[in-house]
Design a protein around this ligand. Structure first.
Ligand code: V47
Ligand code: SF4
Length: 359
């Protein structure tokens, strides 16, 4: 291992913040085993041997979308034969089914149909909350908030306050992709840009709504652009402390107009480890089993991640792009994944409050 790599890893272990340039250097030159060791150590200081999962349901009300992001094979036009739009009754029936499995959270995100009005987005949340008052609603990415604000000629604050009043409790992290303009203008030229995404999260934090944040990696971005992405997130977190968890999402190319290859497992683990080392102001790093696969998500729990998301029941976005992970995991399965990683499985709620420890 080179002198500079050892010095930088030591610096991180001493609890000193590493710079963007240093993170790029580690990404490029540090051996994966050394990165994993340091990331695991830093994670242990925050979370001991605990690794979290949640009993939840993912719900996509529609795949009809006016935006045409090049990495996405989920969103389609209204006239596409794959287009679907659930009725309110269908939404409630799906949640009712999962309610029997004791879900504590429903994660609602979808396409942005040309005919949906602000009332449709708000009404959906209101009816779900009224029907299932004890389920926490994590819904609508910053892209949806931006879209609703634009179609109703309103402010982000106004939209977020109305959704909060309807029952929304946390914004999921989707829609971040890669912030750098060079990349975003190619892969997602039409939707909320980086400044808008970050402004929405900052506004949510100011209103007392916590949020998650993602990074879609493994397409046309450079290592420098990944670190730039994490750096903008770290800066906002310094200001607001409103992000709960960082979720790196490995790009799946199947059926997308962008094409490309799946990321390597080494790249996936390095990305988890670097994010744990770089984002010193984050408590949680999620290894999302849908994008990593259950085996690699398990390994990632020893590379800095402390969360694998949840039971989910059904997931359509990454499956449209080639994820072969079987839909839904039982609690037993998630507990076994975590135990297999030699960590202590902890069922959490949306806000990382402990529901049950599986010793
Ligand atoms: O924003 C779209 C990504 C995201 C592809 O907040 C793709 O806890 C890989 O954000 N290959 C939605 N990824 C999912 C998401 C998420 C998932 C789990 C938990 C949380 C959370 C958030 O999925 C999109 C986009 O970045 N995505 N297409 C693809 N081809
Ligand atoms: Fe629409 Fe989201 Fe897919 Fe972009 S990523 S096309 S906004 S569903």
């Amino acid at each position: 291992m080179g002198k500079k790599v050892s010095f930088l890893l030591e610096k991180a272990l001493n609890g000193d913040r590493i710079t963007e340039e240093e993170a790029v250097y580690l990404y490029k030159y540090a051996p994966i085993s050394a990165l994993g060791h340091v990331a695991n150590e830093l994670n242990k200081r925050k979370n001991e041997d605990k690794a979290y999962f949640i009993v939840n349901r993912y719900l996509n009300p529609t795949n009809i979308c006016v935006y045409k992001c090049k990495f996405c094979s989920f969103g389609v036009s209204k006239s596409d034969e794959k287009a679907f739009e659930l009725s309110i009754d269908e939404v409630l029936r799906k949640i009712e089914y999962s309610y029997k499995n004791n879900i504590t959270e429903v994660h609602i995100v979808g396409g942005l149909p040309p005919h949906w009005k602000r009332e449709d987005y708000v009404g959906l949340i209101r009816v779900v909350k009224q029907t299932f008052p004890d389920i926490i609603i994590k819904a609508y990415t910053a892209v949806e908030i931006d879209h609703i604000a634009k179609i109703s000629k309103s402010t982000y604050e106004d939209v977020l306050l109305e959704l909060k009043d309807a029952g929304l409790e946390l914004l999921p992290g989707g829609g971040a992709e890669i912030f750098a303009e060079r990349v975003r203008s190619v892969i997602a030229p039409n939707k909320a840009n980086a400044d808008e995404y970050l402004e929405i999260h900052e506004t949510a934090h100011k209103l007392g709504i916590l949020t998650n944040v993602t990074m879609l990696y493994g397409h046309i971005e450079t290592i420098e652009e990944r670190i730039d992405h994490m750096s903008r997130i770290r800066n906002l977190q310094d200001k607001t402390r409103g992000f709960q968890v960082f979720i790196p999402l490995a790009y799946h190319p199947e059926g997308t107009s962008l094409g490309g290859e799946r990321t390597s497992s080494v790249d996936d683990l390095k990305t988890i480890a670097i994010s744990r080392i770089f984002l010193d102001n984050f408590e949680n790093i999620k290894a999302y089993w849908i994008t990593l696969g259950e085996k690699l998500a398990q390994v990632a729990l020893n590379y800095g991640a402390n969360d694998i998301d949840g039971t989910l029941e059904e997931e359509l976005v990454v499956h449209a792009a080639g994820s072969k992970e079987s839909y839904g995991k039982t609690v037993d399965k998630l507990v076994n994944i975590i135990k297999g990683a030699e960590k202590i499985p902890v069922q959490r709620d949306t806000f990382y409050n402990i529901i049950r420890v599986y010793n």
